[in-house]
Design a protein around this ligand. Structure first.
Ligand SMILES: [Zn+2]
Ligand SMILES: [Zn+2]
Length: 117
């Protein structure tokens, strides 16, 4: 007895029925595999997004999110930006009198390389 599907002993109708069942089973299994793969991918993406965000927040407790310079009490105290909510250092923020809050200088990508004003 071989392990291959032997349809020779069946009538055409029976053979067709068996084939349909096998095909449906294969289709279902493939669907299930696709679904699992998608779920895994989503979980992986979600996980990496969360860990990047939490790392960023931990980092931002101690360092400026824009120029990465460490915050120091009095000398370079951290202030939250009203706009992006990140903590920013004194060189990366401007005080908005209108908003009565700090705002980071968004237009400046790399603050080190620009002239202080
Ligand atoms: Zn900064
Ligand atoms: Zn900001």
């Amino acid at each position: 007895m071989g392990r291959k599907l032997d349809l020779s002993g069946l009538t055409d109708d029976e053979a067709e029925h068996v084939l349909k069942v096998v095909q449906r089973d294969m289709k279902l299994r493939k669907k299930e595999e696709d679904r699992l793969r998608e779920m895994k991918q989503e979980l992986a993406e979600e996980g990496s997004r969360c860990s990047i965000l939490s790392k960023q927040h931990r980092f931002n407790e101690h360092c400026c999110i824009r120029c990465c310079s460490p915050f120091t009490f009095l000398v370079n105290p951290k202030r939250p930006c009203l706009d992006c909510q990140y903590n920013i250092c004194k060189t990366c923020r401007t005080y908005s009198k209108r908003e009565k809050a700090w705002l980071c200088t968004h237009s400046i990508e790399i603050p080190h390389l620009t002239q202080p004003f």
